[in-house]
Design a protein around this ligand. Structure first.
Ligand code: COA
Length: 150
């Protein structure tokens, strides 16, 4: 699997994964907008021309906020999500990010376990963050030490 930048031509495949992955999927227009957003960076996992997963991050000065990660249902449980997130963590480190954050539904055990495995720690709750179900969001954080800190 190759990790590469998401391109507009990927959006048909991205949307088909998005629609089966989230209770309230982002629209195609949201992704088109994100691809114009100079703070946003989206990557895909590409297996022989098939998009098997994707992930995105906003890089704002020394902070990184993970916006999305999803893997095609047929490809889950094979390390793709972990590879995508590690690629975003590497990008964040190169860009001098010191703090990465994300939100996750308390009911999303696979995602929670994935983030814990990558040393994201829960730091707070956003009450009724998800308007579709009224669920709270768990806010998770991973601190990255600047080069030469230790
Ligand atoms: C969450 C998601 C991206 C994980 O992707 P994946 O490629 O299946 O995950 P990986 O195979 O890389 O698994 C890495 C780790 O995640 C955790 N994990 C993944 N799937 C899991 C599951 N079904 N149950 C429990 N833990 C799971 C494990 O800790 C796993 O490490 P291990 O294999 O050493 O146990 C995927 O399930 C998905 O696309 N879900 C729908 C979209 C979504 O919820 N995104 C997150 C929004 S916050």
């Amino acid at each position: 699997m190759e990790i590469r930048k998401m391109e507009p031509e990927d959006l048909d495949q991205v949307m088909s994964i998005e629609e089966v992955s989230f209770p309230t999927p982002w629209s195609r227009e949201s992704y088109e907008g994100e691809m114009q957003n100079r703070l946003a960076h989206y990557i895909v996992g590409d297996h022989e021309g098939q998009v098997v997963g994707y992930a995105g991050i906003w890089l704002i000065i020394d902070e990184g906020h993970i916006t999305n990660v999803a893997v095609h249902p047929d490809w889950r449980g094979q390390g793709v999500g972990e590879i995508l997130l590690n690629a975003l963590i590497a990008l964040a480190m190169i860009r001098g990010v010191q703090r990465m954050t994300l939100e996750v539904r308390p009911s999303n055990l696979p995602a929670l376990r994935l983030y814990r495995k990558l040393n994201f720690l829960p730091i707070g709750l956003r009450r009724q963050y998800y308007s579709d179900t009224g669920e709270d969001a768990i806010v998770m954080e991973k601190l990255l030490l600047p080069d030469g800190f230790v």
